[in-house]
Design a protein around this ligand. Structure first.
Ligand SMILES: O=P(O)(O)OC[C@@H](O)[C@@H](O)c1c[nH]c2ccccc12
Length: 354
């Protein structure tokens, strides 16, 4: 047992952690370390062409100093775009949630989580059954680019309608601040007896979130290459496998796609037609990225490709299918319709539930 230390470390080269005089200052020192790691993270990310910085570039850690809004207005601490703002906000959110529910608590809850469902299996089966891309239908109330998509929003009703309409899997937004989603919605849908596997649509920046998502009943999670450096994706994909989760790794340009193709164990890749930094939408992104060598690698490795965002008509579906996707992720065009299940028939130009 240590006696309470009250003197500085004798070695002046040692770091601030050794000046600790009580449990609280050890915690502070750990937070500073965490902050430094976050800073280092920004530099590693930049070498991989990632423009999104994990933390504001100056000042102390944002989760224990002052209101976030205040910090955002400070020079040097202004996010460059909406994706960066979301990520910085998520960093705060996760830091707080983690303090309330440490990993050990969540690990215990994992045993009580609903069993995992086969996300990729469901997509493949739907694709074989219909000859069309398997549908991941998104339960989405709002987005920063489109505002409120549906006023009268009952997540369970929408999920059941999607399932009835022939969706293979569902995507449930869990971000509250920017997408008006919640983990409660995910749990409600799972507990209502919906059988489709569920994607937890979240901005994942910390492995803790993977455990949390599984404990809330998720079968799959989204990993965004515009935000996560290679090593994070690599470890997160491994943790997903341990937990039985499917990782949908999302890319939106050639560089991200090549990075992800260099990571072992990736089985499901989404091409987001929307650039999350600028909101620009262009469905030819899916086609462009699957042309040539990359398309060949995908086929050789039997990786399932998902066309994401901006799909509204049977022509759009045919276009991305022709480009090589076996699945699509669709929100806006179906969630806006009074009967979302019927929205699916409109989207595909036929009833895909039979
Ligand atoms: O509503 P749309 O345009 O059909 O898009 C759905 C889905 O692709 C989109 O919500 C999405 C794809 N990747 C994301 C990452 C974060 C937030 C949202 C998304």
């Amino acid at each position: 047992m240590h006696e309470r230390q009250s003197v500085k470390s004798v070695d002046p080269n040692e770091g601030s952690a050794t000046i600790a005089t009580s449990g609280e200052s050890v915690v502070e020192a750990l937070k500073v370390k965490e902050w430094e790691v976050g800073m280092f993270h920004n530099e590693v990310a930049a070498t991989q062409g990632i423009r999104i910085r994990r933390r504001p570039p100056t000042g102390p850690p944002n989760h224990y100093v002052g209101p976030f809004q205040f910090r955002l207005q400070n020079e040097g601490n202004t996010p460059r775009n909406i994706l960066e703002e979301i990520v910085w906000n998520k960093d705060n959110e996760v830091a707080q949630l983690k303090e309330r529910k440490p990993l050990i608590t969540i690990s215990k809850a994992l045993g009580n989580a609903p069993p995992v469902r086969d996300f990729i299996g469901a997509l493949r089966a739907a694709n074989e059954r219909t000859g069309l891309p398997g549908l991941i239908a998104e339960v989405k109330k709002a987005s920063p680019s489109r505002g409120i998509l549906r006023e009268n929003f009952d997540p369970v009703e929408i999920a059941q309608s999607y399932e009835k309409g022939g969706a293979a899997c569902l995507s449930v937004l869990t971000d509250e601040k920017y997408f008006k989603g919640s983990f409660e919605n995910l749990e409600l849908i799972r507990n209502a007896g919906v059988k489709c596997p569920l994607l937890c649509k979240e901005f994942i920046i910390d492995a803790w979130q993977l455990y949390y998502a599984r404990s809330k009943g998720a079968d799959a999670v989204l990993l965004i290459a515009a935000v996560l450096p290679d090593l994070d994706i690599k470890y997160m994909v491994k943790i997903c496998k341990l937990l039985g989760l499917t990782a949908l790794v999302e890319v939106h340009d050639e560089m991200e796609f090549d990075r992800v193709l260099g990571i072992e164990g990736v089985e499901l890749i989404g091409i987001n037609n929307r650039n999350l930094e600028t909101f620009e939408l262009d469905i030819s992104t899916t086609k462009k990225l699957l042309e040539g060598e990359r398309g060949k690698i995908i086929r050789e490795r039997n990786i399932i490709m998902v066309g994401e965002s901006g799909l509204f008509t049977p022509e759009d579906i045919a276009y991305v299918q022709e480009a090589g996707v076996k699945a699509v992720l669709v929100g806006e065009s179906i969630v806006k319709q009074s009967d979302p299940g019927k929205g699916i028939s409109n989207l595909f130009g036929k009833d895909i539930s039979v």
